[in-house]
Design a protein around this ligand. Sequence first.
Ligand code: ADP
Length: 266
Amino acid sequence: TSQVTTIRDATPILPQVKNIIAIASGKGGVGKSTTAVNLAVSLAETGAKVGLIDADISGPSIPTMFNVEGEQPSVKKVGDKNIIIPIMQYGVKLMSIGFLTPTDSAVVWRGPMASSALRQFISDVEWGELDYLLIDLPPGTSDIHLTMVQTVPVTGAVIVTTPQKVALADASKGLSMFKQPQINVPVLGVVENMAYFTPEELPDNKYYLFGKEGGRKLAEKYQVPFLGEIPIVQSIRESGDTGFPAVLKNGITKNAYMNLAEAVAR
Ligand code: ADP
């Protein structure tokens, strides 16, 4: 089993959960959910007990990325309370806003609804003992985010960005949000996703399609840890679509995600 350090106390709501980590991004489409999924599975691969909450109301993608689309978590009665049993896949306990809404439906989640769903995912789900409970937040830094982050005793935040200028600008807003006095959540660090591309036939070449080292520089500017970089790899995208996380296949991608898990656990 892995060595798990507690970053900040997640008590009193979930005394059996050591760390509640929000995965955030300023902008959509930077790979926040992909990173959350692979990080969750990587942490589980190290022997940690891991749960993942998909709170991305803008498009819950975790059911697809875990190949559990359309599954319904079962509910059991404890006293007069209904307790939801999370769905277990690849060693990770899952709860998603997507399990509550039929696929392809055009449900519009409003802020208060999203926050109360998240609160329910914390208090009414049988998580049991966990080393890490990751929360895939919606992209952005609106009032919804503020409320969601305040709803849950988050112990740390991971910021996902691409090295592109517009993504970095939004990521720094995300960083600032967690640092606000009324939020005051420690930022565990920055992940630079889609950091570079290496063609198979040119394994020694790196092409910086979205710019170079933007995430690293952002981390330096805000004096938070740089957690690592994930390259652009076709199989990462394909793994998301087929519901079999890239980290479960051997290769450079697996190494990149396992290193990321190690950096987060540090
Ligand atoms: P977000 O949660 O930030 O909106 P997603 O995780 O849904 O972003 O990723 C957006 C798209 O980019 C998806 O199609 C995903 O498969 C793809 N993607 C994410 N990270 C990578 C990567 N490192 N390499 C290749 N494709 C990626």
